[in-house]
Design a protein around this ligand. Structure first.
Ligand SMILES: NC(=O)c1ccc[n+]([C@@H]2O[C@H](COP(=O)([O-])OP(=O)(O)OC[C@H]3O[C@@H](n4cnc5c(N)ncnc54)[C@H](OP(=O)(O)O)[C@@H]3O)[C@@H](O)[C@H]2O)c1
Length: 246
């Protein structure tokens, strides 16, 4: 697993209470390679493993990002797996738009903030941890529906556009981070439709055999991260290691 990273590597996983984030933590802890796995979430997360620690903070806020940077100091991170993202939120009436009439400025702003701005600000906050010459892999969860070239269905305006913006921000940061650390690799990842709270309201439309378990997706995405080094930094890849049209 993650053969590009040194033995005893340190991993940071955001969205640790989420379906895919939690499964990535489990997959990492099932290996003896990492010495430290840090789960970042708005909620406390537990694992019966001394290598695991939980940071309770909200990286969608300035205060949360400042606290994250303070807690980590400048210790080197080797793997950063960003698993936050949102599609809907019943408590604030946010649901994917079916038509132009459904567009709402607050919902769009929220989705852009969580899905696009926050991953970029996370990179900003972690520069001191990525800087140097140590191997770094930064994987951030995007979505295939963020592909502009492959959008046959329309709808889901804010989610699609925020993920397209996510991919542009990661690709742009990849160019700058290369100067910070020539051994860093930044990738945007599509997990495939995965059985989590995010996809729950839409699962009835998923074809038989196409709804993945978080454990399967975590294992596949870690393999994808293992297959790509700095020469591929900024790419947009799916769980099957295929490149996705921008
Ligand atoms: N599931 C799928 O079918 C699918 C398909 C394509 C792409 N994706 C992408 O995969 C990523 C992970 O999704 P998932 O399926 O694991 O969903 P999930 O179980 O809902 O987890 C998403 C996590 O994102 C964070 N989050 C969501 N809304 C937030 C908000 N308003 N403020 C702060 N944090 C918020 C939460 O982290 P904490 O609660 O831990 O703070 C949450 O646990 C997302 O980026 C999603 O777009 C998923």
């Amino acid at each position: 697993m993650l053969t590009r990273l040194p033995d005893g590597f340190t991993a940071l996983v955001t969205g640790a209470s989420g379906g895919i984030g939690g499964a990535v933590i489990d997959a990492l802890l099932a290996s003896d390679r990492p010495d430290r796995v840090i789960g970042v979430s708005r909620y406390t997360t537990h694992r019966e493993d001394d290598r695991f620690s939980s940071l309770v903070l909200d990286i969608t806020t300035d205060a949360g990002l400042e606290e994250l940077a303070r807690k980590l100091e400048d210790q080197a991170l080797h793997l950063v797996f960003n698993a936050i993202g949102m599609l809907h939120d019943a408590s604030s009436g946010i649901a994917p738009e079916k038509k132009l009439d459904d567009l709402d400025v607050e919902a769009m702003t929220r989705l852009f903030h969580v899905n696009a701005t926050t991953p970029a600000l996370l990179l900003k906050a972690l520069q001191g941890n990525l800087k140097g010459r140590h191997p770094v892999t930064f994987g951030s969860l995007s979505a295939r529906v963020g592909s502009i070239g492959d959008n046959p269905l329309g709808g889901w305006y804010a989610y699609r556009a925020s993920k397209a913006a996510h991919n542009m921000l990661i690709r742009t940061a990849a160019i700058e981070v290369r100067r910070l650390n020539p051994n860093a690799t930044l990738l945007s990842l599509h997990p495939g439709t995965t059985d989590t709270p995010l996809s729950l309201p839409f699962q009835s439309r998923v074809p038989e055999g196409k709804l993945f378990t978080p454990a399967f997706v975590a294992q596949r995405l870690l393999q994808v991260l293992d297959h790509h080094g700095p020469e591929d930094s900024g790419s947009f890849l799916d769980w099957d290691d295929a490149s996705i049209l921008w």
